[in-house]
Design a protein around this ligand. Sequence first.
Ligand SMILES: CN(C)C(=N)NCCC[C@H](N)C(=O)O
Length: 288
Amino acid sequence: MPAEEFVAGWISGALGLVLGHPFDTVKVRLQTQTTYRGIVDCMVKTYRHESLLGFFKGMSFPIASIAVVNSVLFGVYSNALLALTATSHQERRAQPPSYTHVFIAGCTGGFLQAYCLAPFDLIKVRLQNQTEPRAKPGSPPPRYRGPMHCAASIFQAEGPRGLFRGAWALTLRDTPTLGIYFVTYEWLCRQFTPDGQTPSSGTVLVAGGFAGITSWVAATPLDVIKSRMQMAGLKQRAYGGLLDCMVSSARQEGLGVFFRGLTINSARAFPVNAVTFLSYEHLLLSWG
Ligand SMILES: CN(C)C(=N)NCCC[C@H](N)C(=O)O
């Protein structure tokens, strides 16, 4: 099992994550709070109230967790392709796998990464939704003092299962959309690369960016539900389950609710995934 695929997945994921985190904070707030009129309003209020640091809330944990999450995604994807097609990453340019194989391998990677991602993503979303400015003397402290305190509080209040709140929605979001992610990437690379050759850096950037956008457009409806399930329990608005969350969100806010955060998700997805794929391909190439 080639281990470098896991390491390359980790490093490339961390680079993409730092670049995309401010967009991610705005997205999570738009999806779960009704106080903002739109992207600009959310950015202005976040900046005024919490300074630039507000955009980076909840980032330390994802940085630590990306080692597990992205290396599982890329490592499982590549090793699943190896099992399906008996070709290594280097051999795949000369003998490209079928799109069905790419899709199956992507879904497998997506399914397994979702379970590793679930507790980290829950903590990230809870911290991103704390809109209190950094501790000021006399002001009430935020509910969670940091990622470890957040994890411990959830564990104490709800037990280990509490840390997997929203995990079903996350799995449903990530399994098919990561299939779409890798198929889009492969398809675009093949369109702009002569047969048998390695795609250029420009091609990798564009293909990675569009793979990110396409998969996030498909993922946004379940992303909204996932974020709401993760926040439920903190407010009075607890849902009976995934379906109940979908139905009551649509009833109260109309079908448009499923597209909340679509624009910011797409704007974030391009640079994050362009950088992720570029560094992933370069690392694997340089390790030979
Ligand atoms: C649609 N989904 C869930 C994805 N494309 N997931 C892959 C994530 C890649 C990158 N870390 C990101 O956050 O965009």
